[in-house]
Design a protein around this ligand. Structure first.
Ligand SMILES: Cc1cc2nc3c(=O)[nH]c(=O)nc-3n(C[C@H](O)[C@H](O)[C@H](O)COP(=O)(O)OP(=O)(O)OC[C@H]3O[C@@H](n4cnc5c(N)ncnc54)[C@H](O)[C@@H]3O)c2cc1C
Ligand SMILES: Cc1cc2nc3c(=O)[nH]c(=O)nc-3n(C[C@H](O)[C@H](O)[C@H](O)COP(=O)(O)O)c2cc1C
Length: 621
């Protein structure tokens, strides 16, 4: 593809240092313990996690500080200690927010002397739930009120007939959502009511947070810690070591502290007559130390368009130079509208806040019922709400009604094994009109229309362990990625090219027209000719009278696809979660049902099993 820069292939991985028993022994100081005591201690400690070790260390310190030797029982605590099981923090997360809070809660509990286990719902053994004593659920919501991808099976099992009675179990639920979606925090609500229905006891009322969840999450963590501390005997303070260990896991460059990178390439990869504007973006990671794997996403912070900022100022009459407070501190409202507040996504909270601050009749009327409120924020931006319902706002009122700007995620379309210092993405620029006003998506408009090579963008890596190539390069892969869903599969193919993977691979790609919308056509044909990609099935929906989609291509190849599945193939879906992923899933169910001679329930179980074993993975948005 013209304009794409390719580097020499360099393997990143080097020999890893194992932390062996010898390393432990080398550091040890002379001991007062007998050889048997030392061996027994070694037996107990072997296999403990860092947090368990830290807790044990704190426990021993606590026992010492109470002046008791280990043979004695410190009054009033040990019976309870023996009977108590560590609380379990169970998270359902797709883009890392819930996972981040889970880790933060674990650290806060450790600092309070409480060891908690943390598990992703994706890897949690369902059968263990009935033997838990305290479960803290932290979950996001996706799609139309659906659980995050990795939490689907746990959610389905818990909601189903086979869920156990949970009498004696204590629970609390934190929901992360986005109030611009209709089914705000639906998954958290599901879990909360189901735990109660199964007989569990609520420790705290459910808390539902919006996109600006940080301070709410901190307050909730403090409440949970206080609740659990009141219930748990004070055995010890965990040493500082535990906190330090937990906090050194993350990279220097994070969502909160992004890397300022140079944009190298911004190339339109759809044709002149295409109805879509899709960009191939290349960004330099040189000097960042950031690492990523195929399947991960790139987080991008953006700024709002100057003309949109101006429009909002004019519509409200707010003084552009007035000082307001943002999460970054004090600054002009003009600067805050550019860098700190969401203008391109509308959400109900804007209208309710303006109604509350101004008592303006129009805004109050919009808040009268849920349906009216929802329809006022659907498919439009903040400026469109203000145009339809003119209201004067001061800079402070405007700042109070807007929510903090959030970065957007883009599937990474490159392999770092091939390109150590770069990251690529495939971005569809969101463009539409509202009552004659041309609108652009915040981040995609920023990248597509306003960023040029040489400009800087603030980025971070969002890992996605639920979308990974098989460990064995011989394993066949089936990749279903129409539209920008192709992005991670470009990364997969680059990676498999460099590591000379021998497994078969089959890509299903679709878009409206062959001549205008065949993203990465030249590269894909090259992969095909070199056998990196062994099968390519394309569906150009509008090139013939009857619409053809990737799911039609899947159906047509049902028998062979099923043979691939029997050969151990991993199936991946990426792209539109509203319709495509659902339609593709339905066709996959039909295929396995027909080919394996299963009824619909049996086909569902088969796909669930594939999912549970990591052989059916989806990254949909
Ligand atoms: C894990 C993940 C991976 C992703 N990967 C990719 C990727 O590889 N490539 C990619 O392009 N995107 C990807 N996305 C989507 C991406 O993150 C953004 O959501 C997308 O680019 C839109 O963001 P924006 O800031 O441009 O638009 P926003 O400012 O967020 O505006 C979007 C809003 O505009 C409104 N809108 C959109 N279209 C219309 C319309 N036609 N009419 C009226 N209103 C409309 C809707 O209200 C919509 O919610 C991914 C998302 C996730 C979560
Ligand atoms: C594609 C997509 C769909 C979403 N759908 C919903 C939804 O239906 N309801 C909701 O409350 N939040 C929805 N959200 C918001 C997420 O739940 C929210 O961003 C959350 O903080 C993500 O947490 P995670 O990073 O742990 O996955 C959606 C987000 C995305 C990207």
């Amino acid at each position: 593809m013209a304009g794409c820069r390719r580097c020499l292939s360099i393997r990143l991985s080097g020999p890893e240092k194992e932390f062996s028993d010898d390393d432990w022994m080398g550091d040890m100081t002379p001991t007062p313990l007998t050889a048997q005591q030392l061996a027994a201690l070694d037996d107990v400690l072997r296999g403990m996690s860092a947090v368990q070790l830290a807790w044990t260390s704190g426990y021993l310190a606590g026992r010492l500080s109470q002046g008791t030797s280990i043979g004695e029982t410190p009054t009033g605590t040990s019976d309870i200690v023996a009977a108590q099981k560590a609380p379990l923090i169970l998270f359902g997360s797709q883009t890392g927010n819930a996972k981040g809070i889970a880790t933060k809660l674990q650290t806060a509990l450790a600092a309070a002397g409480i060891t908690a286990n943390v598990s992703d719902m994706a890897s949690y053994k369902q059968a263990s739930l009935k033997s838990e004593q305290t479960v803290i659920i932290i979950t996001a919501t996706y799609g139309e009120g659906e659980p995050p991808e990795g939490a689907e099976l746990f959610h389905k099992w818990l909601m189903g007939k086979r869920a156990p009675e949970l009498k004696g179990l204590n629970f609390a639920v934190l929901g992360l959502g986005d109030s611009s979606y209709e089914f705000f925090n639906k998954t958290a609500q599901d879990f909360d009511s189901r735990f109660e229905a199964l007989g569990a006891t609520r420790l705290l009322d459910r808390v539902e947070l919006d996109v600006d969840y940080k301070s709410g999450a901190d307050a909730w963590i403090a409440d949970i810690v206080a609740k659990l501390k009141a219930q748990t005997p004070s055995v010890s303070q965990v040493s500082q070591h535990a906190v330090a260990t937990a906090s050194t896991v993350s990279s220097v460059w994070t969502k909160e502290n992004p890397f300022t990178a140079e944009l190298l390439v911004n190339q339109k990869i759809t044709g002149r007559r295409s109805q879509k504007d899709v960009r191939h973006i290349e960004i330099s990671l040189d000097g960042s130390g950031l690492t990523y794997k195929p399947g991960d996403a790139l987080g991008i912070w953006f700024s709002n368009d100057a003309s949109l900022v101006q429009e909002v100022l004019e519509l409200t009459g707010a003084d552009a130079n007035a000082t307001v407070q943002t999460l970054r501190g004090a600054g002009t409202i003009s600067d805050a509208l550019t860098h700190d507040f969401e203008l391109t996504q509308a959400y109900p909270g804007f209208i309710t806040k303006v109604a509350e601050l101004t008592s303006d009749e129009r805004y109050v009327a919009l808040t009268n019922d849920k349906a009216t409120l929802r329809s006022a924020v659907t498919d439009c931006q903040i400026a469109d709400i203000l145009r339809a319902n003119p209201v004067a706002l001061t800079a402070d009122q405007l700042a109070a009604a807007l929510r903090p700007l959030q970065p957007r995620l883009y599937s990474i379309a490159s392999s770092q094994t091939d390109l150590p210092d770069e990251v690529h993405t495939t971005v569809a620029v969101v463009r539409y009109a509202v009552d004659g006003a041309e609108r652009e998506g915040g981040a995609s408009g920023f990248l597509g229309s306003r960023c040029e090579p040489g400009d800087t963008v603030r980025v971070y890596i969002e890992p996605n362990d639920h979308f990974r190539l098989p460990i064995d390069p011989e394993t066949p892969v089936i990749m279903i990625g129409p539209g920008t869903g192709i992005a991670p599969f470009r990364a997969f193919l680059q990676e498999r090219d460099v590591i000379e993977a021998k497994g078969k691979s089959w890509l299903f790609f679709g878009n409206p027209h062959f001549t205008e919308d065949f993203l990465y056509q030249v590269e894909l044909q090259d992969y095909l000719s070199r056998g990196i990609l062994t099968h390519l099935s394309v569906a150009f929906s509008r090139d013939q009278p009857q619409k053809v989609y990737v799911q039609d291509k899947l159906r047509k190849n049902g028998a062979e696809l099923y043979r691939w599945i029997q050969d151990g193939a991993h199936i991946y879906i990426c792209g539109d979660g509203q319709r495509m992923a659902k339609d593709v899933h339905a066709v996959l169910l039909d295929i396995v049902s027909e080919q394996a001679g299963l009824d619909p329930d049996g086909a569902e179980v088969l796909l669930d099993d594939l999912r549970a074993s990591g052989r059916y993975q989806r990254d949909v948005y």
